[in-house]
Design a protein around this ligand. Structure first.
Ligand code: PGA
Length: 274
């Protein structure tokens, strides 16, 4: 049995999916699911934490529905600007979402890096600013297929993480307010989940890296989630790995039943910790 000292995180990334109608429908359907006592207890005791990262339009509504849900789901955003206000057409700031009760954000998702040219430098600037503003962040890192094939996986992970570790603000927040998501780009939306051994190797590397660069305590307090084609079929085995603290789940979080199954699996894994 592998202990889960940091609890289990079941975080859904809805990306650019689910408008208002679909969001209402999702929560409506979820509310009809009967929650077993194991899951209920795991949620109440904080051993399992469920969250959904939704688009800006549905944010406020999803937050209200998530809070009301028997599963007490936290709602977060997928991206924010580093400035608090100003001439940045089309952008959304931390204080704007804070005002409606949101204090959790993804940062550096590979789709932001790939399609919106977000660099390590920009992502870390966002991380510093948003941590200072009181946000919890999920920093996404991961290699492309070409990088893995060239044997550069660990070098890419160190580069992406090191960029942030250079900041003392970032280091000081490694007490549970920073979560990492290891998301190999080749596994995202492709149906190719990393094997539990591949994922564990990367997670172990990230944890050791924090231990070397910061402290053992910081490394033990940082939840590391795996993301990339996680499904109810693959989640159990991934959670058996000692350094995998949960999942950042795209496709399989869009349907209430499948998200619910993942939460149930998370509860089961958290119980193994005894
Ligand atoms: P996926 O997405 O589960 O659909 O592969 C994961 C993610 O991009 O966060």
């Amino acid at each position: 049995m592998t202990p889960k000292p940091r609890g289990v995180y079941v975080y859904g990334n809805w990306k650019m999916n689910h408008g208002m109608g679909e969001t209402e429908h999702f929560f409506q359907e979820l509310s009809t699911t009967s929650i077993g006592s194991h899951l209920k207890e795991a949620i109440e005791e904080g051993r399992v934490q469920g969250a959904l990262f939704v688009n800006f339009i549905t944010l406020e509504r999803a937050r209200a529905l998530g809070e009301k849900s028997a599963l007490t789901l936290t709602v977060g955003v997928q991206n924010l600007h580093f400035e608090k206000k100003g001439a940045f057409t089309g952008e959304i700031s931390g204080p704007m979402v804070k005002e409606i009760g949101i204090d959790l954000t993804l940062l550096g998702h590979s789709e932001r890096r790939q399609y919106f040219s977000e660099t390590d430098e920009l992502i870390c600037k966002k991380a510093e600013s948003l941590l200072t503003q009181g946000f919890r962040i999920v920093l996404c890192v991961g290699e492309t297929r070409a990088e893995r094939e060239r044997g550069e996986t660990l070098a890419v992970l160190s580069r992406q993480l090191d960029a942030c570790l250079a900041s003392s603000v970032f280091r000081e927040h490694l007490d549970g307010r920073v979560l990492l998501a290891y998301e190999p780009v080749w596994a995202i939306g492709t149906g190719l989940t990393a094997s539990p051994a591949q994922a564990q190797e990367a997670h172990r590397f990230l944890r050791d890296f924090i231990q070397t660069r910061v402290t053992e305590t910081a490394s033990q307090h940082t939840p590391i989630l795996y993301g990339g084609s996680v499904t109810a079929e693959t989640f159990d085995e991934l959670l058996e790995q000692p350094d995998i603290d949960g999942g950042l789940i795209g496709g399989a979080s869009l349907k209430p039943q499948s998200f619910f199954s993942l939460l149930t699996q998370g509860a089961k894994a958290s119980r193994r910790a005894g």
